[in-house]
Write a protein that binds this ligand. Structure first.
Ligand SMILES: Nc1ncnc2c1ncn2[C@@H]1O[C@H](COP(=O)(O)OP(=O)(O)OP(=O)(O)O)[C@@H](O)[C@H]1O
Ligand SMILES: Cc1cn([C@H]2C[C@H](O)[C@@H](COP(=O)(O)O)O2)c(=O)[nH]c1=O
Length: 213
């Protein structure tokens, strides 16, 4: 496919949603491609319904493998309906979370195992892999503090309810993924202001795809 696939990853509260909100108009006004912004879990009607099911704080009895399969199912539907068609039309697709989230949250923090979760995701995606992943790095405690500080402006979901150790395991897993995939994943320090993080993301996209600007 001729498009470009970029994913944005990070622990809860790293600022992905806030950064993408500001990055999007900057990208649209500078890059010589159509830009499609989307998110996981969700991004299509069926996948958004699966999102509701996964993140509903009342679903406390959800088994961890059921959770992993639901994320993979939502991903499959979203990929087929939104990501692949946009890439086929040469668009830049920028997606808030993708397979790395499942590896960090379900594979590592839930303890299912990275290779097991990678296998179900390979089935779900046919091996589609981002061209570039921007990993927004903050201490887990900073992310949780941000979410707690702004509780009224953001829905508090089932995964936000996890203990700090869970979020620390997520961050540790992401740092391992960064170390293992240096050509694809770039670590962006997300402890600064939103403007600083947006600028670092845009710089990196320009550095990796200079001919597209
Ligand atoms: N760089 C920043 N400095 C201070 N506060 C921030 C920063 N980035 C985001 N925030 C605030 O932190 C909260 C969480 O941000 P946001 O929803 O963008 O994070 P996220 O990575 O998308 O989280 P999640 O993955 O849990 O949805 C928001 O209230 C946002 O205003
Ligand atoms: C894609 C994906 C997400 N999660 C988790 C991470 C968050 O806690 C929630 C929702 O994500 P959002 O950034 O708040 O929209 O779901 C996960 O555990 N596994 C995944 O594959």
């Amino acid at each position: 496919m001729a498009g470009i696939f970029i994913t944005v990853e990070g622990p809860d509260g790293a600022g992905k949603t806030s950064v993408l909100r500001e990055l999007l108009p900057l990208l649209e006004s500078t890059i010589k491609m159509n830009v499609v912004a989307t998110r996981e879990p969700g991004g299509s009607r069926i996948a958004e319904e699966i999102r509701e099911l996964i993140l509903n704080p009342q679903n406390t009895e959800m088994d961890i493998r059921t959770e992993a399969l639901l994320y993979a199912a939502a991903r499959r539907q979203h990929l087929i309906e939104r990501i692949n068609p946009a890439l086929a039309k040469d668009a830049l697709v920028i997606c808030d979370r993708f397979v790395d989230s499942s590896l960090a949250y379900q594979g590592a923090a839930r303890g299912i195992g990275i290779s097991e979760v990678a296998a179900i995701n390979h089935f779900a995606t046919d091996g589609v892999t981002p061209d570039l992943t921007l990993y927004l790095d903050v201490e887990a405690s900073v992310g949780i503090e941000r979410i707690n500080r702004n509780k009224e402006t953001r829905q508090f979901d089932r995964l936000d309810q996890e203990k700090l150790e869970f979020h620390e395991a997520v961050r540790a897993a992401y740092l391992t993924l960064v170390a293992e995939n240096p050509a694809r994943i770039t670590l962006i320090d997300a402890s600064g202001t939103i403007e600083e993080v947006v600028a670092a993301c845009l710089d990196q996209i320009k550095r990796v795809f200079p001919t597209k600007f």
